[in-house]
Ligand binder design. Structure first.
Ligand SMILES: Cc1ncc(COP(=O)(O)O)c(C=O)c1O
Length: 357
C-alpha cells in the first residue's frame, strides 16, 4: 500500500465509545467530527447510535449524505456561518451553541425557536491544545445571554464548555463544572437543560494520562441531578485507534545531529506535532538505536515532527506513528504536492495489518 496511510482499528473505536457510555452512564455521547471526518468512521459511529457534533456545511454534508437524523446532531461551534445555520435548520437541526449577543441575533433570525446553549469561558490549564481564548463567556454573562435568548424567541437549553484538547488536568474539568453550576441554578426546572462537558479527554501519546474512567470518577460528585448530561469527545474516541504508516525518504547527519525524513509531516498529517503533541514512533527493524530528529517531506523547516529513538533506517523502510487517529487527516493539506494519508478502517488487531505493503 502506498504510504503515508492511516490505519484505523474499528474495535478500538467501538471500545472507546463503550468506555464513555459505561463511565458516563446517563450521558449522551456526541462525536466531534473535526477529530477525524473519515466516512467509514462516521458510518461506524452512526451504526452504534452515537450523536454527532458539527461545525460547518462541509461537515453537515457528510451527515446528510448518510441520512443521519438531525435530532442526533448538535453544533457547538459558538460562531457559525449564516449559510451553515440556515442549512442546519432546513435539515431539521435545532440545537446550537453561542457565546455572544451577536450570535444570538443570527440564530434568532436564521433558526428561530431553536434550543440554544451557551459556551462558558473556562480555565484551559493542563491542556496541550488550549481552546479558550477564542471562545466562551463568564457565568454572569452566560446567564444574561440565556435570558436574552428567551426574549429572542429561542429556547434556553444548556451550558457547554471545553477545557482544551488533550487535557490531563482533572481539576480543570472540576472547575469548569463548578462554573457551570453557577448558571444552572437559575435555569434548572424550567424545562430540559443540557450540561455538555465538551471534549478534552486525553489519550496516551508518549506519557501516561488520566483515563476516561478516572476523570468520570473524580467529577461525578459535581454533576447535578436532573440535567441532560452530554459529552462531545473527538480525540478520545479515535486518537489511539490510529496508526500512521510512513516511509523513510532519506537520512543524513547535519551539524552533528541525525536527521530522518519521512513521507508524512506537519503539513500532510502531523500538524499537532508543532503544538506540543509528541507522537510515539516505532520501527520493526532490529539493530542499534539512536536519537533522530524526524522531519516531514516538504521543503519547509517548520516541517519537523520531533525527536525519536529509532534504529538506523534505509530509504523505503517503514515507520509507524502511534495514536495518530485524531486531528491528523482533518488537518492535512496538499502543501508542496505531498498528499494527505488515505484512511483504512480495519477490524481486528491492527498490529497484524501493519505488514500490509
Ligand atoms: C466545540 C468542540 N467540541 C468538542 C471538541 C473535541 O475535543 P477533543 O478532541 O479534545 O475531545 C472540540 C475540539 O476542538 C470542539 O471545538
Amino acid at each position: 500500500m502506498r504510504t503515508p496511510f492511516l490505519l484505523m482499528d474499528e474495535d478500538m473505536v467501538v471500545s472507546r465509545y463503550q468506555e464513555f457510555t459505561e463511565v458516563f452512564k446517563e450521558a449522551q455521547v456526541f462525536y466531534s467530527l473535526k477529530a477525524n471526518p473519515d466516512g467509514n468512521i462516521i458510518s461506524l459511529l452512526n451504526r452504534l447510535g452515537l450523536g454527532f457534533e458539527v461545525s460547518s456545511e462541509g461537515e453537515l454534508d457528510l451527515f446528510i449524505e448518510r441520512g443521519i437524523p438531525p435530532q442526533r446532531i448538535i453544533s457547538s461551534n459558538p460562531v457559525k456561518s449564516p449559510s451553515f445555520i440556515q442549512r442546519a435548520k432546513e435539515y431539521g437541526m435545532d440545537r446550537f451553541a453561542f457565546d455572544s449577543e451577536e450570535e444570538l441575533s443570527k440564530l434568532s433570525s436564521l433558526a428561530p425557536r431553536s434550543r440554544v446553549y451557551v459556551r462558558l469561558e473556562v480555565d484551559n490549564t493542563g491542556s496541550e491544545w488550549p481552546l479558550t481564548r477564542k471562545f466562551g463567556t463568564p457565568p454572569e454573562r452566560a446567564s444574561l445571554l440565556l435570558r436574552r435568548a428567551r426574549e429572542k424567541e429561542l429556547i434556553p437549553y444548556g451550558i457547554t464548555f471545553h477545557v482544551g484538547s488533550q487535557c490531563v488536568n482533572i481539576l480543570a474539568f472540576r472547575k469548569a463544572i463548578l462554573k457551570a453550576r453557577e448558571v444552572l441554578g437559575e435555569f434548572k426546572g424550567q424545562g430540559p437543560f443540557m450540561l455538555n462537558l465538551g471534549g478534552g479527554f486525553p489519550i496516551t501519546y508518549r506519557d501516561p494520562v488520566p483515563s476516561i474512567s478516572q476523570i468520570a470518577r473524580e467529577i461525578k460528585d459535581l454533576i447535578p441531578e436532573g440535567v441532560e448530561l452530554a459529552v462531545e469527545p473527538g480525540r478520545a474516541l479515535v486518537g489511539e485507534a490510529g496508526i500512521m504508516v510512513a516511509s523513510v525518504l532519506g537520512s543524513r547527519i547535519k551539524d552533528g545531529e541525525r536527521w530522518l525524513y519521512l513521507d508524512v509531516g506537519v503539513f500532510n498529517g502531523l500538524l499537532e506535532s508543532i503544538g506540543g503533541i509528541r507522537y510515539p514512533l516505532f520501527s520493526s527493524k532490529e539493530g542499534e538505536r539512536g536519537k533522530w530528529i524526524v522531519a516531514g517531506p516538504s521543503c519547509d523547516s517548520m516541517d519537523t515532527i520531533g525527536e525519536a529513538e529509532l534504529p538506523f533506517l534505509e530509504v523505503g523502510d517503514k515507520v509507524h506513528i502511534g495514536s495518530a487517529g485524531a486531528y491528523t487527516i482533518s488537518y492535512a493539506s496538499h502543501f508542496n504536492g505531498f498528499p494527505p494519508p488515505k484512511v483504512y478502517l480495519r477490524k481486528g488487531p491492527i498490529k497484524g495489518n501493519l505488514d500490509l505493503e
